[in-house]
Design a protein around this ligand. Structure first.
Ligand code: HEC
Ligand code: HEC
Length: 294
């Protein structure tokens, strides 16, 4: 009894394709309207803070404290709405801050408009005047590293100590000198020399506050490392940088000697065999000659 009724209803409940498409467009319009309505501090937190502080020092990008005193508002608003175009135009100021940021380009932020740029500059200006901005970022300790810090860093790296905000343990994607036996992940580079590669304590700490690379950024954007975690990890990386692998030339000499020895042995064997064969041919000839001569 119920079946035919259901079948009858089916075409009515299925949304026709054009309607579904229209709904998707509407949803998109609403979500971008929502993005517009999102307040400026939230927008800054989500789109700018992983590269900039206001009064907390440089991260990937410059500290934005008092940026409106370094450049005109017009220039800055223009830069925010299209950083690449300003850089490509050969603008000397854009070139200078690009070089100072180790040639990492400032990206175009999602949903950026002239109006939003103006609001962001208002915010940066207001925050710059405060003794302590809410966008000061993490304050990483500069206390000397202790053996306990190194151990804590190692525990964080290997996942023995879980990351406070739920990030994945480094060992899932990275190896390092002293965990070869545990077998670190291979997705990311070996971090034994990362302390030197990323130019020491301040720079490596800042990098970890806001990892900006392809895999690290999505992995840690919503699970930022805590200041104490960064302190310990950097202690561990500083310690790791002192590690020197066993001199590989020693191995190479052994290998060479073995090779030479092998070659010599082969030559002996070959020589012996050849002599034997030579005698084998020669002896009858000599004997025959002797016989003839005799
Ligand atoms: C991926 C990192 C990154 C993000 C995200 C980012 N910036 Fe930048 N920003 C930079 C870098 C790097 C520079 C230096 C210029 C360059 O290298 O192109 C810069 C430069 C700037 C400057 C000029 C600084 C100066 O000293 O004159 C301003 C202003 C600025 N950014 C604001 C913002 C705002 C606002 C946001 C968020 C909407 C943002 N940035 C997002 C990396 C970033
Ligand atoms: C999901 C995998 C993954 C996890 C988890 C991960 N990393 Fe990475 N990491 C990468 C990859 C891949 C790279 C190479 C750059 C990129 O693609 O982001 C990288 C790059 C790095 C670099 C820069 C290396 C260089 O030579 O430039 C550092 C430093 C780093 N990771 C530290 C860490 C630390 C510390 C942790 C743990 C708190 C961690 N990573 C956890 C995948 C990961």
């Amino acid at each position: 009894m119920r079946r035919p009724k259901n079948q009858q209803n089916e075409p009515k409940t299925a949304i026709p394709r054009p309607l579904a498409a229209a709904a998707a467009v509407l949803a998109w319009l609403f979500s971008s309207a929502f993005a517009q309505a999102q307040d400026t501090p939230d927008y800054f937190r989500q789109n700018c803070m992983n590269c900039h502080t206001i009064g907390g020092g440089r991260l990937t990008g410059p500290d934005l404290k008092d940026v409106t005193k370094r450049q005109t508002r017009d220039w800055l608003a223009n830069f925010l709405t299209n950083p690449k175009a300003v850089l490509d135009s050969g603008d000397p100021y854009a070139q200078k801050i690009f070089e100072e940021s180790r040639r990492v380009p400032m990206p175009m932020a999602p949903g950026m408009t002239r109006e939003r740029a103006e609001k962001l500059l208002d915010l940066i200006e207001a925050e710059s005047k405060l003794p302590e901005s809410q966008f000061k970022g993490l304050q990483i300790s500069t206390a000397p590293f202790t053996a306990a810090d190194v151990q804590a860093g190692r525990d964080i790296f290997t996942g023995r100590q879980r990351l406070a905000s739920g990030g994945t343990a480094c060992i899932a994607c990275h190896s390092i000198h002293d965990i070869a036996a545990l077998g670190g992940g291979l997705l990311g580079p070996d971090l034994t020399n990362v302390y030197d590669r990323l130019k020491g304590r301040a720079s490596l700490s800042a990098w970890l506050v806001a990892p900006g690379t392809e895999t690290m950024q999505p992995a840690f954007r919503n699970h930022p490392l805590k200041a104490e975690e960064i302190h310990s990890l950097v202690a561990y990386f500083e310690d790791a940088a002192r590690y020197r692998p066993a001199d590989p030339t020693g191995d190479r000499v052994t290998f060479l000697l073995l090779g030479l020895f092998g070659a010599a042995a082969l030559l002996f064997a070959f020589d012996g065999a050849w002599k034997w064969r030579f005698r084998g041919v020669r002896r009858p000839l000599v004997d025959a000659a002797h016989k003839r001569g005799a």
